[in-house]
Design a protein around this ligand. Structure first.
Ligand SMILES: O=P(O)(O)OC[C@@H](O)[C@@H](O)c1c[nH]c2ccccc12
Length: 262
């Protein structure tokens, strides 16, 4: 079993527990009380490099990164630095995240929020929107074509912006086939956990103009971010380097500035 299969199996078990506690209809009813989703695309399309700053405690590849006892405070610091969106990892077993983190961050900042998880069912998209998320991640490697198309349509129907994540040529084709306007290249292969720093440049060249391109993973700071911007990245998605920085506000501002004048 690949790391990805293993993570998804755990996600499905945890999901079954939540779904037994809060049936789909109940989550759907919660949508009536939530503000409409914010649209991050104008900021992502603005000149210069945009930044999605991630709330991330640990990862299967790096182990513990940061305790983050107060995710709302970290998100507030990211927003103060000018983060264009905030990614909240909600996967529990490998990343030590939770939906509680999503609710805490939503209450703290007006910035668009990405629910970052291994989404394999409609239920998780409803949870995301009910928790105030504005974007959801769909990982092409974790989904077959039918599931990808279904979940993409459901997410859009809920008003969510979808970040469709790829890591090879074949997945770029599959992502483009669902009509996504926001495509992320994860330098880390989730099946092997290896990072390929050249993946973004190689795959971005296959993506038509007009589609917003996100460079994900392994961005250590402004110089890496500047390199991806020069290769066509509109947005950088950064976790580790920000959660480990003692001054996340300045770290966010420095990465955004790495893409040139805005
Ligand atoms: O901490 P990093 O190397 O800056 O990476 C952030 C982000 O790209 C990474 O957390 C990520 C990208 N795609 C994912 C899918 C699932 C879990 C995590 C991820």
């Amino acid at each position: 079993m690949s790391v990805l299969d293993d993570i998804v199996a755990g996600v499905r078990e945890d999901l079954a527990v939540r779904q037994a506690r809060t049936p789909l209809a109940e989550v759907r009813a919660q949508l009536a009380d939530v503000d409409p989703a914010r649209d991050p695309m104008p900021a992502f399309r603005a000149p210069g490099l945009s930044l999605i700053a991630e709330v991330k405690r640990r990862s299967p590849s790096k182990g513990a990164l940061a305790d983050i006892p107060d995710p709302a405070a970290l998100a507030t610091a990211y927003a103060a630095g000018g983060a264009d969106a905030i990614s909240v990892l909600t996967e529990e077993r490998r990343f030590s995240g939770s939906l509680a983190d999503l609710y805490a961050v939503r209450a703290a900042v007006p910035t668009p929020i990405l629910r970052k998880d291994f989404i394999v069912t409609e239920y998780q998209l409803l949870e995301a929107r009910a928790g105030g998320a504005d974007l959801a991640l769909l990982i092409v490697a974790a989904l077959d074509d039918a599931a990808l198309a279904d979940l993409y349509a459901t997410a859009r129907g809920l008003g969510l912006t979808v970040l469709v994540e790829v890591h090879d040529e074949d997945e770029v084709e599959r992502a483009l086939a669902v009509g996504t306007e926001l495509l992320g290249v994860n330098a880390r292969n989730l099946k092997t956990l290896e990072v390929d720093p050249d993946a973004f440049g190689r795959l971005a060249a296959l993506v038509p103009d007009g589609i917003v391109k996100v460079a994900e993973s392994g961005i250590g700071g402004p110089s890496d971010a500047g390199r991806f911007a020069a290769q066509g990245a509109d947005v950088a998605l950064v976790g580790e380097a920000l959660v480990k920085d003692g001054d996340p506000t300045s770290a966010v501002a420095a990465i955004r500035n790495a893409g040139g004048a805005r």
